[in-house]
Design a protein around this ligand. Structure first.
Ligand code: GDP
Length: 329
């Protein structure tokens, strides 16, 4: 790190701590960069800001496209900023890697929050693996906390592993559902209900109200069948309308209640500690994989080893041992 960068970064960190948006945006850009000198500077900055992180409500929000995630975040976020909270909206969108852009966290989808001085919206980092996106999102979350945001909403589409990833980043996981019963329920992956701390059926307005209530009943029954995950919390199922705002405050009430119960049971701190340790291992695993795949000797040997393993002439364990040996493990 050069002396000049050191000074710049110290200033940047100060700006972040003062809650300056321009500084926050620049710090996030540094964190998202894949250049190794930027990585080093980002790590140094995060280490410095670490004591100022950790105080926010970290809430994951998922649901199929069209369920109303952006409408919900707009309505909920505005309700929270009106109460004096500072709300950061982040997104984890693995498809951004393929499409080159993320629809999640798009400011145009959240018209009220986009112009709210107490809100900060950042689209999903693009490029890299889901693990890589999660890494950057976690670091961005820490920067937002250091900048004084006390609510961080992390949005993801219910596809593949991204819900599990977001659940791993957050304290409370909110699953949004559509009204309608029976048929819709068939399509719901059991996995997402297992992750849910709160289930909220959106669009409970106008003619939809009976269907929303019926759906809520079905989800309650499904959760009941899944059985209790924790002694101190049974995931509630609510109905609300992001459009009219009816029931939105009750959804947030449950988020607060979930946190209280987790804290009282000692689970809140334990969960964050476990997340930190798993996080360390994730980073270490990534480093090791990087080291392996970038090693010239390994690179030269790898195609032959893979062929032999595929052909069944070499045991995978032997191949793994040889590769590990090549990098001195
Ligand atoms: P996302 O893809 O999950 O982000 O969903 P959007 O927030 O973009 O919403 C999808 C569509 O559902 C839009 O046309 C919204 O206007 C509509 N919508 C969202 N919330 C509600 C609601 O509470 N009630 C009704 N009736 N429509 C809603």
């Amino acid at each position: 790190m050069t002396g000049q960068h050191h000074l710049d970064d110290a200033k940047l960190a100060e700006g972040v701590l003062k809650g300056e948006r321009a500084a926050l945006a620049r710090a996030i850009t540094l964190v998202e960069s894949r250049r190794s000198d930027h990585r080093q500077r980002a790590h140094a900055m995060l280490q410095k800001l670490l004591p100022h992180t950790g105080k926010a409500f970290r809430v994951g929000i998922t649901g199929v496209p069209g369920v109303g995630k952006s409408t919900t975040i707009d309505t909920l976020g505005s309700l929270l900023t009106a109460r004096g909270h500072k709300v950061a909206v982040l997104a984890v969108d693995p498809s951004s890697t393929r499409t080159g852009g993320s629809i999640l966290g798009d400011k145009t989808r959240m018209s009220q929050l986009a112009v709210d001085p107490r809100a900060f919206i950042r689209p999903s980092p693009s490029g890299g693996t889901l693990g890589g996106i999660a890494a950057k999102t976690r670091e961005t979350m820490l920067l937002c906390e250091a900048a004084g945001f006390d609510v961080v909403l992390v949005e993801t589409v219910g596809v593949g592993q991204s819900e599990t990833t977001v659940a791993e980043l957050t304290d409370t996981f909110l699953v949004l559902m559509l009204p309608g019963a029976g048929d819709e329920l068939q399509g719901i992956k059991k996995g997402v209900l297992e992750l849910a701390d709160i289930v909220a059926v959106n669009k409970a307005d106008g003619d939809n109200i009976p269907r929303a209530r019926a759906a809520a009943g079905e989800y309650r029954a499904a959760l009941h069948l899944l059985g209790a995950r924790q002694s101190y919390w049974s995931p509630p199922v609510l109905t609300y309308s992001a459009l009219t705002g009816d029931g939105m405050a009750e959804v947030w009430e449950q988020v607060e209640l979930h946190r209280q119960k987790c804290e009282a049971a000692g689970h809140f701190a334990a969960n964050r500690q476990a997340q930190q340790v798993r996080w360390m291992w994730t980073l270490l695993n990534e480093k090791l994989t990087e080291r392996v795949t970038n090693d010239p000797t390994v690179k030269a040997r790898l195609p032959g080893l893979e062929r032999a393993v595929a052909a069944g002439t070499l045991a995978p364990s032997m191949a793994a041992a040889e590769i590990a040996g090549l990098i001195g493990l």
